[in-house]
Design a protein around this ligand. Structure first.
Ligand code: FES
Length: 157
C-alpha cells in the first residue's frame, strides 16, 4: 500500500505550500515533515513527497540525497552531525568523532540503546571559521572540544 501523509502532516504540508511562492522551494520543508512522520527519507517517501508536490520523483530524490540534514536513516531523539571537512579536521574533528564514538558506544549511523542519541560524520556545516563544529538536531555548536561536547550532551534530557 502506498504511503500517505497523516492528517497532521498534511496540515503542515498545506501551511508550507501557503507560505512559499515556488513549489520547488517547499521540497526541503516537506521532506522534514515526512521525516517527522516516517522517521527517515527513503525512495518510497520521496515518491509520496513528489506526488504531493506535483514534482518529478528524481528532483525530490536529488534534493534529499544532496542535503545532509535530510535524514536517510532513523535517528536518535538527538541526532549529532560532526563536521569532518578540512577546517574542522585540522582543528581536531577526528578527536571529537572518536570521543563521541566512545561516549555513546555506537557506530556512526547507529542509535543508542535508549533511543536518545545517534551521530554521523558529515561534510562542511558552514561554520569553518569557528571549527570544529557540530549540529545537534537544529542547533549549531562551534569551537568544540571533547569537554564541551560532554557539557552539551549532559544538558540534553
Ligand atoms: S569545515 Fe567544518 S564547518 Fe566547514
Amino acid at each position: 500500500m502506498a504511503l500517505e501523509f497523516s492528517q497532521e502532516s498534511e496540515a503542515r504540508v498545506k501551511e508550507v505550500l501557503d507560505e512559499y511562492y515556488n513549489v520547488e522551494s517547499t521540497v526541503i520543508p516537506v521532506l522534514f515533515i515526512a521525516a517527522d512522520q516516517f522517521g527517515a527519507i527513503d525512495g518510497e517517501v520521496c515518491v509520496l513527497v513528489a506526488k504531493r508536490l506535483g514534482l518529478d520523483r528524481m528532483h525530490v530524490e536529488t534534493v534529499a540525497s544532496f542535503y545532509t540534514m535530510v535524514p536517510k536513516k532513523p535517528q536518535g531523539r538527538y541526532h549529532i552531525q560532526v563536521c569532518r571537512t578540512l577546517s574542522c579536521a585540522m582543528a581536531g574533528a577526528p578527536r571529537l568523532a572518536d570521543h563521541l564514538h566512545r561516549k555513546l558506544g555506537v557506530e556512526p549511523g547507529e542509535i543508542t540503546a535508549d533511543g536518545k542519541f545517534s551521530y554521523e560524520e558529515v561534510e562542511c556545516l558552514a561554520m569553518c571559521g569557528t571549527a570544529p563544529a557540530m549540529i545537534v538536531n537544529k542547533t549549531n555548536y562551534e569551537n568544540l572540544t571533547p569537554e564541551k561536547i560532554d557539557q552539551i550532551l549532559d544538558r540534553l534530557e
